[in-house]
Structure formats: C-alpha cells, structure tokens
Design a protein. Structure first.
Length: 272
C-alpha cells in the first residue's frame, strides 16, 4: 500500500516546488489539485504548457500523481451552477487523461448553495439524489471517453453519506468507472473509539472490491476533525481491514499542516 498526501497540504503554485515538498515529507504519491499549478481547482481550460510542467515536476520529484481533484456541487439547487461545474469537470477529466492520472475525485454535493461540503436538510429529499445521479451519469460519459475512473466519497454533509449510499449509486450507474474513496473520518460525526471502529469496519466490508483510494483523516470524539492518529479512528485496524479486503491502492492523508506531514508519513508507513 502506497502512502500519499494531498498536494495542497504544501504551499505554492509551482508544481516542482510542491511535489518536492511532498517527497521531502516522506510521501511517494499525491492527490493533485490544479491550484498547485497556478490554476483554479476547476478551471475553464488547462493549457498544454501546464500539463507539461506538471508532468515534468512529477518525473523530477519521483512523486506519482494518483488522483486529481474534480469537485463541484453535483446537487446544487441551481441547474446552471451544476451545468458549469460539469463543464469544468470535463476539463479536469481530460487533464487527468493527459497526465495519465487514473482517478478524478468528486463531491456528490449538497442542497447548500453556499458550501459544497455543508449539510442541508433538503439533502434527503429524493430530488436531491435525482439531480446528483443525473450529474453522475453525464460525468461517467466523460470518464468513459477519456479512460479515467471517478471516485465518490461518503461524506456526512453530502448526498452520499454512507457506504450503503455509495454502493447504491454504483449499482444505479452500472459503470465500472465509478469507484469509492473511503475516508474513515467521514463515515460518522460523533463516536467513541469502539463505535467508530464498528462503523469503519462495516464500511470496509460493504465496499470491498470497489475502493479505488483510501483517505487518512481523523476525528475527535466530539466531532472535530483531527490529524490521522490523533482521534478516535483506529488506523491500524482500518489498514488491516483494507488489506484483508484485497485493497492494494493508495492511502492518502489530508486535513493536516505541512509541519505535521512528516510525522503522519512515518505513522502511516509503519502501518502499510
């Protein structure tokens, strides 16, 4: 299992410097964001020069790009906003293909019009699922065209909140291109260590064979997010269960500072 980190953990908008920092912190792979190349995360276009600079930085640093962020609010209440997001996602998917990045990560969205990571009570309305699923169908057409997988992450504030939701969407879409990004800290809000372990264990079992990438973020018992290894998530158990399920992808940490990154790299490498 390879250990990686969000490239945005490190400051800068020059890929060479950002990826060198990733390497120097002890990571061999990264989930890249186009903001680390001086572009918007969801740009109107990615110039060929930018593709070349990113690829050269990856080669020079030895850090492989295993995913590219393509998040927009797939359940935004305004269709024109969703349409614009889908258009930009197409740009990101093409960039991923040009860079030979196998996975583009998504946000299944929320009815909250201001923040795609914030809960809204209308998220449970069937129309929210329908709008999100409609976006996903179009996104998968783009992914098929470019030979790239899409990764959805169960997240408490979004439409897909659980492993069961993720598996339901995969069944509805019927596409081998739709995969799961499993972050244990996003599977619950408040829990004791024992409760968190049970929830995470069930999710790993339920999604076995469909997980493209695992994330390593943590939570304190009161619900606040924490750096991996500092909260209630039992990471040795999580990693062991991933291995037992046949997962051989990457474990990518985020939600930490650049200063914390080397310590987290050592912690996770010791488990992998």
């Amino acid at each position: 299992m390879q250990i990686g980190v969000f490239a945005k953990t490190f400051p800068g908008s020059e890929p060479a410097g950002v990826l060198a920092a990733v390497r120097d912190a002890g990571f061999s792979v990264t989930q890249f964001n186009l903001a680390c190349a001086g572009l918007p995360s969801m740009p109107d276009a990615v110039p060929d020069d930018a593709i070349n600079v990113i690829a050269a930085a990856s080669d020079a640093s030895g850090v492989a790009l295993v995913a590219l962020s393509g998040t927009y609010n797939m359940a935004h209440p305004d269709k024109t906003v969703r349409d614009d997001g889908l258009r930009r996602l197409g740009v990101v998917i093409k960039a991923a293909a040009d860079l030979s990045v196998p996975l583009v990560t998504l946000c299944t969205g929320t009815r909250n019009a201001e923040d795609q990571w914030a809960y809204h009570p209308d998220n449970t309305d069937p129309s929210a699922w329908e709008d999100m699923a409609g976006e996903m169908e179009k996104a998968l057409q783009l992914a098929e065209r470019h030979g790239v997988d899409l990764g959805i992450e169960p997240e408490q504030a979004n439409i897909v909140t659980s492993a069961s939701d993720a598996m339901r969407l995969i069944a509805e879409m019927g596409s081998r291109r739709l995969r799961i990004v499993l972050d244990p800290a996003n599977l619950f809000e408040q829990a004791s260590p024992e409760e968190a372990r049970a929830v995470v264990a069930a999710a790993v079992e339920h999604t076995a064979g469909h997980v493209a990438m695992a994330h390593a973020k943590d939570r304190f018992a009161d619900g606040r997010f924490a750096t991996a290894g500092q909260g209630v998530v039992n990471f040795p158990d999580f990693v062991a269960r991933l291995k037992a399920s046949g997962f051989d992808g990457t474990l990518v940490t985020h939600g930490l500072s650049a200063e914390e990154a080397p310590g987290v790299a050592r912690f996770l490498t010791g488990l992998a």
